[in-house]
Design a protein around this ligand. Sequence first.
Ligand code: AMP
Ligand code: MG
Length: 397
Amino acid sequence: MMSELLPFEEALAAMENIQSTPPNEEQIELNKALGRITCNDIIATSFVPPDDNSAMDGYAFRFCDWSPEKVFPISQRVPAGQAPAPLEEGTCARIFTGANIPKGADTVIMQEEAQPQEAGILFPHAKANSNIRPQGQDIKKGQVIIHKGTKITPMHIGLLSSLGQTKVSVFCPLKVGILTTGDELIPAGNTLAEGQIFNSNGPMLSALITQAGYQVSQCLHAKDSPQATESAIQTLLECSDVILSSGGVSVGEEDHVKTVLEKLGKVHLWKIAIKPGKPLVHATLGNTPFLGLPGNPSSTLVTYHWFARRLLARCAGQENLFDISYPVDAGFNRSKTIKRDEFLRVSISSDGLAYAHPQQSSGALIAACESQGYLHIKAHTPIEYGCSYAFYPFSGF
Ligand code: AMP
Ligand code: MG
């Protein structure tokens, strides 16, 4: 039933439709909230700014008192942070940026446009209501300022602070279990025997998960046997909301992940029409979503970026995960087409064109390190110099 490759867009849609129970909720200090996900709509409890204030260093007066010849005596001085007195009729207040506008004043003229005279200040030009930042210009009381399911950025922390908030309610961090597989793999820091390689996917997946703001519950390695694979998955199920694995999902005799998943739960999809990253498998074990990524490090990275990232975001309670992309013209030709959607690792040169890294092997990670993002070449599409394709910068992931 699953020998056909699932088209890329269908696999993406499947990932977005996954239903999962979001993690528990907690209230945390705002200064610990970067990257966390809001668990409800946040409603402004006050106005920002709280009162009308001056956008300039200058003078505040009542516009109906003004004419180009009128000399305004200065009746008060209002530095930022002080409460002004109501404005005396026919006078102006010396005022500074951020200071509250005295009651009665409705216009601020910047000091560069004021002409000091012996008896006061003359304003040759004035426009009613100018240079006043009205109460609520930034935020209105009662307004939803951050929607449920939003990943908190430094800008959100600034916004919440501007409302005087020091705490925020968020989902508890998603706990992600990592399983790497393969008899040939040993951890970095050891000496390689013949036939061995270092495990790079484990540390890379840990870093990707940490970068996304989640917790690695445990990172295990299983030898290529059904027993070792099953036992590691059982251990991860105890402590994880979601499990990601690498390797062992292809069709070889040493690939046991899919068979174990079929035994422990339900496999929803296997093998996707993408390059690199074809043998992706998605399953649910009880209530725990599982995504088996292919073992070649570039395939692991690409399938993490396109599939695991979506799955984890959904499970973590995040809504509206936007991909940042824009069209970029290719700086090269390739007439040969393939049946899979391809994610070339490319850089944008100073001529504005995208150039593919020369090493596109699914085993090679250097391309991703030396490139700026993915150029998405849809299945059956030739690459033509000067034609545009969707570019996804790595910084958007
Ligand atoms: P597999 O999907 O298990 O057949 O693995 C495909 C290729 O990726 C093989 O060359 C593996 O040695 C390599 N590979 C699998 N897992 C890892 C890993 N954790 N780190 C580095 N390379 C890996
Ligand atoms: Mg393997």
